[in-house]
Design a protein around this ligand. Structure first.
Ligand code: BGC
Length: 472
């Protein structure tokens, strides 16, 4: 173990940002001509979201975006990452544009730029237009064209003012939560569907990148969530389980984008449900991207588990560790490990950390204008430091965005799981900086220099224990 050295400095153009997504913060899902999304429908279905909550109001960002931009300015953010609600712009998913929906995002972009904040736009963060779900959603091969048409509308309207685009946010979560296990919208439970949805998301990504090259001038990439796997023991069954989990979660999307093929172990995971796809699909998927966005929250210590369908792998709880409110182990070394793994495996691509953060218990009401969140502050300190260690070791990381700017609707878990560095009182909608927001403002103002002030231990070498190659 070594301590961070003192000669490293974040580059002066390092992008310090914060992230949100449309359905989680906007509210007003049907206002001004917007069409419903699958999340709007899912939330109206009893039992799908904790406490019967929904994004009907959420943070009311749709009406308060100007005030929220002032909060971003106060934080000193260089960039703000948000997503577009596809069905606000195209109520039917294809066809006629809803000008009022388009205007909302155009105005948001102008407001950000007027305040010196770079917009980073994600085209799809899970809220598929319900009208497209009625036509099969991600199971219909035509969706690659639908997505490219929608993307082209956004590029044409905003490229230039927007210089950073991401096609999909965390496609793994959509196929795993939405089509395999049914915990997220659209709530299906089928291995066959999960494999098909995953593939069409990748085709849609490729089609949007191709469309961007025709009309856009700046950067486009894809955002994936990575969760490195460490076998619980060196028994072959556990190592094998960790390799399957690694193929499924970490390589399923990046291998096709970078190598034009899926990891071979995907067949072990899905069995008969894993289809063969034509080469032309991979040619579409393997478009050069300008960056990849990485969302990191936790690692997984993995054991063989016959009951865990279909991967036959489950996580082993670590007795000495701190866990967040979403039951995720706090383990920042794995963040360095996974960033170095990406550097090695994919040829050191440009990386933006597009999400990183933690849900911890915060009081529902801020007292006297303050919210003390020492665990989240410590989490951010350790994880931003872990990014720094990976950069010292040569990883090409150009920005970091905290998840999340605001407490928001944590999907099926409702409002109880608070990830924000800014507290939201969901009765009054009042916003209050938490201690972690003040800490992060200090990180930004010092361009990362205050990270040195607390000793941080990390191994700047790629861990020997993390699973590196799923296909071995
Ligand atoms: C998603 C966010 C989500 C966060 C915390 C990511 O999977 O992109 O929408 O709120 O993690 O669970």
């Amino acid at each position: 173990m070594t301590t961070m050295t003192n000669h490293f400095q974040f580059p002066s153009d390092f992008v310090w940002g914060a992230s949100t997504s449309a359905y989680q913060i906007e509210g007003a899902p049907l206002e001004d001509g917007a069409g419903p999304s699958i999340w709007q429908r899912f939330s109206q279905t009893p039992g799908m979201i904790h406490n019967g909550e929904s994004g009907d109001i959420a943070c009311d960002h749709y009406h308060r975006y100007r005030d929220d931009v002032q909060l971003m300015k106060k934080l000193g953010l260089k960039a703000y990452r948000f997503s577009i609600s596809w069905s606000r712009v195209l109520p039917q998913g294809t066809g006629k544009v809803n000008e009022a929906g388009l205007a909302f995002y155009s105005n948001l972009v102008d407001e950000l730029l007027a305040n010196g904040i770079e917009p980073m736009v994600t085209l799809f963060h899970w809220d598929l237009p319900a009208a497209l779900d009625d036509r099969g959603g991600w199971l219909n091969p035509e969706i690659a064209d639908w997505f490219a048409q929608y993307a082209t509308i956004m590029f044409t309207k905003l490229d230039g003012r927007v210089k950073s685009w991401a096609t999909l946010n965390e496609p793994w979560v959509v196929s795993d939560g939405g089509y395999l296990h049914g915990k997220l919208a659209p709530g299906h439970r089928s291995g066959y569907e999960a494999a098909i949805a995953a593939h069409h998301m990748l085709r849609a990504h490729g089609a949007a990148v191709t469309a961007y090259r025709a009309v856009g001038q700046h950067k486009i990439g894809i955002v994936v969530n990575l969760e490195p796997k460490y076998p619980a023991t060196d028994k072959p069954a556990d190592v094998d389980a960790a390799r399957r989990a690694h193929a499924y979660m970490n390589c399923q999307y990046l291998d096709p984008v970078f190598f034009g093929r899926y990891p071979t172990r995907m067949k072990d995971v899905f069995g008969l449900a894993w289809p063969e796809w034509p080469q032309q699909d991979f040619d579409l998927i393997q478009q050069p991207v300008d960056f990849i966005g990485i969302n990191y929250y936790t690692r997984s210590v993995t054991q063989h588990d016959d009951a865990a369908w279909p991967v036959k792998a489950s996580a082993v709880r670590q007795t000495q560790a701190t866990y967040t409110e979403t039951n995720w182990e706090v383990y920042s070394q794995a963040f360095t490990d996974v960033l170095l793994w990406v550097k090695e495996r994919y040829g050191n691509p440009v990386v933006y950390i597009t999400e990183n953060g933690a849900a911890f218990y915060d009081p529902p009401k801020a007292e006297k204008g303050a919210v003390h969140d020492p665990l989240r502050t410590d989490y951010l300190h350790k994880h931003i430091s872990a990014v720094r260690v990976a950069m010292e070791a040569g990883a090409n990381i150009q920005g970091y965005c905290v998840w999340s700017l605001l407490d928001n609707l944590e999907w099926s878990l409702g409002f109880a799981k608070r990830f924000g560095i800014i507290h939201v009182n969901f009765t009054t909608l009042e916003r209050t900086f938490k201690d972690s927001a003040n800490y992060y403002a200090g990180v930004i103002a010092s361009n990362g220099e205050i990270l040195r002030e607390v000793d941080y231990q990390a191994d700047p070498n790629l861990s020997q224990t993390m699973i590196l190659d799923a296909d071995q």
